[in-house]
Design a protein around this ligand. Structure first.
Ligand SMILES: Nc1ncnc2c1ncn2[C@@H]1O[C@H](COP(=O)(O)OP(=O)(O)OP(=O)(O)O)[C@@H](O)[C@H]1O
Ligand SMILES: [Mg+2]
Length: 239
């Protein structure tokens, strides 16, 4: 039994096929990279995982339970957490208020201590009086990560967490994420459209192109796969 998996996922939106026969799994403590050119269907697959999109075929499993028909909230309660591609934070709220709202969105309510714990594990070192909207991109991403870490999820879905960050920040981000996987056995699925960024962090990668998985393996093996190279080469200039 896998910690988290999906099988035969098919998804159509507005009469168009977005995902076809997608299957993958992640183990405790594993970081799975989900990579593919723009428009490949990566975010749509996360929407299927979290319950915003209902797939036409297939199923999603968490800890041995079929969660395909559960609501977004039920899935979160069972230990599924995600972050979004755009680091949008409630700009007029203070960091402390964002944490309070996130704590109170969870039942049973999380404590201020949990939020401090999340902030520490996300390496978020800012005053809690700061307006969230004044934080730079990395601190916004850390704030969003902290709000997920404090829930102690089993599975963490991260949608392009490195987007907009400079290299030294990406190195820190890798440490933050790796620690969650190693220390707490969290299974991580990390979306990134730049294949090269996954060599440092991913144990394994799955390559999605035009809604289908075209390759899977260690990052360095996948790099050399002709189908993967073709998918990226054709996409060059469109990203
Ligand atoms: N709600 C929707 N209705 C119709 N089409 C959609 C919808 N959401 C996504 N799509 C389409 O599904 C395809 C996959 O989009 P998706 O956002 O999942 O790709 P992605 O791999 O996350 O891309 P990116 O790297 O740009 O974030 C795109 O062609 C997109 O236009
Ligand atoms: Mg996306």
């Amino acid at each position: 039994m896998h910690l988290f998996s999906c099988e035969s996922i098919g998804l159509s939106l507005g009469g168009r096929s977005i995902l076809a026969d997608v299957g993958l799994h992640v183990k405790p403590g594993e970081i799975l990279g989900l990579v593919g050119p723009n428009g490949a269907g990566k975010t749509s697959l996360f929407e299927v995982f979290t319950g915003r999109y209902q797939p036409n075929t297939g199923r999603v499993m968490l800890n041995g339970e079929d969660i395909t028909r559960l609501s977004i909230h039920e899935r979160a309660r069972l230990g599924l957490a995600r972050t979004y591609q755009s680091p949008i934070v409630p700009s007029s709220m203070s960091v402390g208020d964002v944490f309070r709202a996130a704590r109170e969105a969870y039942k049973p309510y999380l404590s201020r201590f949990d939020a401090e714990w999340g902030a520490r594990h996300a390496h978020l070192h800012v005053s809690w009086d700061r307006q969230a909207g004044t934080l730079d991109t990395f601190d916004r991403r850390k704030l969003m990560l902290a709000c997920q870490f404090m829930r102690e999820p089993d599975v963490l879905l991260l949608d392009e967490p490195a987007s907009g960050l400079i290299n030294s920040e990406i190195d820190t981000l890798d440490i933050i994420i790796r620690h969650q996987a190693d220390e707490f056995g969290i299974g991580v699925i990390l979306i990134e459209h730049r294949l090269e960024l996954l060599t440092a962090i991913a144990d394994r990668v799955v390559v999605l192109d035009l809604g289908e998985i075209i390759a899977e393996g260690k990052p360095e093996e996948v790099f050399d796969d002709p189908r993967v190279r073709a998918a990226y080469f054709e996409d060059a200039g469109h990203g």
